[in-house]
Design a protein around this ligand. Structure first.
Ligand code: CU
Length: 179
């Protein structure tokens, strides 16, 4: 039995829900295997009341950079004795519960103490997003990252460059005067 997905803390034999019971009615049409994986250790010092990711608080850390269109797997390793409900702004997270296309999409995935949980991010929104523990007093003490998505439509060539935009304006102007 997978202790991560099944360990609800309930006594043996008790019927309680776990993430593994969450299943969409239909297969996720966008499901596919992940492209690459990063590790995010959930870290902290309970005595000093500091919470962090990979040992660094938000203001001492570099952004996590993802590429638009990729499927990024985050391997959460909770090294602390607390729950950390991790929240990604702007994009879906898909915890890997072993159901493939029937893994659920979530905005918050709780990572239980001293467990490992792999979660795929559907990277489909460019720009800078907040990524943090949703216990806000954990976030405020440092358990947060800037999650930066690069290479999206505004930079991938589908949007006009400044020069192309200027040319388009120049050629469009006479047309606009014709009616
Ligand atoms: Cu937390």
């Amino acid at each position: 039995m997978d202790t991560v997905a099944h360990d609800t803390g309930a006594p043996p034999g008790a019927k309680v829900l776990s993430y593994r019971d969450l299943r969409p009615l239909r297969a996720d049409p966008e499901w596919r295997p992940y492209d690459r994986m990063i590790e995010v250790r959930l870290t902290g010092n309970m005595e000093r009341y500091i919470w962090s990711m990979n040992g660094n608080e938000f203001w001492r850390a570099q952004p996590i950079v993802a590429r638009y269109g990729e499927r990024l797997r985050i391997r959460f390793i909770n090294e602390t004795m607390m729950n950390h409900p991790m929240h990604m702004h702007g994009m879906w997270m898909v915890p890997d519960l072993g159901h493939g296309a029937f893994n659920p999409r979530k905005h918050v995935v709780n990572i239980k103490p001293a467990t490992v949980q792999e979660v795929d991010v559907i990277v489909d929104a460019e720009g800078d997003w907040a990524f943090h523990c949703h216990l806000l007093y954990h976030m405020e003490s440092g358990m947060m990252r800037l999650f930066r998505v690069e290479g999206g439509p505004s930079t991938a060539g589908t949007a006009p460059t400044r020069r192309q935009a200027a040319t388009a304006t120049a050629t469009a102007a006479p047309v606009a005067h014709n009616h």
